[in-house]
Design a protein around this ligand. Structure first.
Ligand SMILES: [Zn+2]
Length: 66
């Protein structure tokens, strides 16, 4: 089984309030966010988490030198 997991930069856990512990992964086509510190799992990421994920994807995304 292949599981893609990646950390969400700048996201904090809503439960233990730790920063940079949130890991995004897909399970049965549902995006989940899990805290690696306390194990808290969100099946529907909050707007803030989604926003920082998008930001993160832009950072690691395609670089287009102009
Ligand atoms: Zn946590």
């Amino acid at each position: 089984m292949r599981q893609k997991k990646r950390f969400i930069a700048g996201a904090s856990c809503p439960k233990c309030k730790e920063l940079d512990v949130m890991m995004l992964f897909k399970e049965h086509d549902v995006e989940k966010v899990e805290c690696v510190k306390c194990g808290y799992v969100m099946t529907q990421p909050e707007e803030a988490v989604q926003a920082s994920t998008r930001q993160f994807e832009q950072v690691i995304g395609v670089f287009k030198p102009e």
